[in-house]
Design a protein around this ligand. Sequence first.
Ligand SMILES: [Zn+2]
Ligand SMILES: [Zn+2]
Length: 125
Amino acid sequence: MSHNNHKPARRSGRRHEAEGFTCINCKLRVPGQAWGTKHRNHCPACLYSRHVDDQPGDRACSCRSPMEPIAIEAKSDGEWSIVHRCTGCGVIKLNRIAGDDSERALLNLALRPLSRPAFPLDDAR
Ligand SMILES: [Zn+2]
Ligand SMILES: [Zn+2]
């Protein structure tokens, strides 16, 4: 007979994943766990991230600069990712959206090119 304990599942040994962080842009205190993501790495309010990972979750990068959300990638299956560009070193990364990301902030980001068209939209047919 085995005895199941009811501790929350911790499948990986990394300690940092659940610790959360303070948003480098808007100073929101962000908890580490969020629905829909294993590696919370951006602020659910303003969507800023911070360049701390080489690979998702490894916290191995020493850049530490803010990463600005610059665009939304929408895959054919409807999954959205945020395109982040590091304001320090310029690297661009894709990060899946989390379940509690601000829908308003995501939509603002997705609609940004339409609000600042580089050509007359009336002619684009
Ligand atoms: Zn923020
Ligand atoms: Zn960087």
